[in-house]
Design a protein around this ligand. Structure first.
Ligand code: ADP
Ligand code: MG
Length: 256
């Protein structure tokens, strides 16, 4: 699966019609994500991060420019793309395993293959023993693990995470950060993480994309970040963080 999950975003623009006027949210966004790469997107609230993920996942196909996954233009939702939101969005009337199985409804797998795939993904996120639990019987962190399993169960080339840890306490958040890296390595899936947490973005990903809410609200800068700080004891973590915060307009760079 190493060549799956190539994402090309070319000159993408997106606007909404609000009270008869056009609100430009994305303007000329360009981004290339290589197979198996882990990128994160940071930027001020309202700059269009969730809008961009909605376009990639195919929930909204009314946009300008091109979004290509493995060379094919995105025309709607499909099992080749998974998504996890801040709230787990598991259906409260279904058990964990039924919630995950639902994502395979149109997969063409046999009942037995579905059962095995669901069980494998419940193991992948460490929720064995909770197959028949209902969402309200799971902690916040466990429910998010369930949402990650559901996002991956269709064996997508790319997994999108829209502030997936934003509602969790600090310790659960740290544990799930480690889990996300482990799962990313195990699955070889391309990951796009939207997060408010600049430390999380730098710690987890290969590249940090900074979006800005300036005129046109474009992706303004890409911070290349390899090898990852976690592999070299955070050597220039602070420097990268200052740069990201400066791009977000939250840090004044000292002029030497
Ligand atoms: P972010 O995720 O970066 O916080 P969003 O992508 O959710 O930002 O929203 C970007 C902008 O688009 C915001 O100004 C928001 O109010 C607006 N917006 C989002 N969805 C809609 C919609 N369906 N209709 C009108 N405006 C929208
Ligand atoms: Mg958002």
């Amino acid at each position: 699966m190493t060549n799956r999950g190539t994402l090309d975003i070319r000159n993408v623009s997106k606007g909404y019609s609000v009270d008869g006027r056009r609100l430009d949210v994305l303007s000329n966004v360009n981004l290339h994500v290589a197979p198996g790469e882990f990128i994160s997107i940071v930027g001020p609230s309202g700059c269009g991060k969730s809008t961009l993920l909605r376009l990639i996942i195919g929930l909204d196909t009314d946009y300008g420019g091109d979004i290509l996954l493995d060379g094919a233009r995105i025309t709607g939702t499909s099992l080749d793309r998974g998504i996890v939101f801040q709230d787990h969005r598991l259906l409260p009337w279904l058990t964990l395993e039924k919630n995950i199985a639902l994502a395979l409804e149109n997969s063409g797998l046999s009942a037995r293959e579905k059962r095995e795939t669901v069980a494998a993904h419940i193991r992948l996120v460490g929720l064995e023993g909770f197959e028949t639990a209902y969402p309200h019987q799971l902690s916040g962190g466990m429910a998010q693990r369930g949402a990650i399993a559901r996002g991956l169960v269709g064996r997508p080339g790319i997994l999108l995470l829209d502030e997936p840890l934003g509602a969790l306490d600090a310790l659960t958040r740290l544990r799930l950060q480690e889990e996300i890296v482990r799962i990313w390595r195990a699955e070889g899936v391309t990951m796009i993480l939207v997060t408010h947490d600049v430390d999380e973005a730098i710690y987890l990903s290969d590249r940090v994309i900074v979006m800005n809410s300036g005129p046109g609200r474009i992706v303004e800068e890409i911070t290349v970040n390899q090898p990852r700080p976690r592999d070299r004891a955070g050597a220039d973590f602070a420097g990268i963080k200052r740069r990201v915060l400066a791009l977000m307009g939250e840090y004044e760079i000292e002029v030497a």
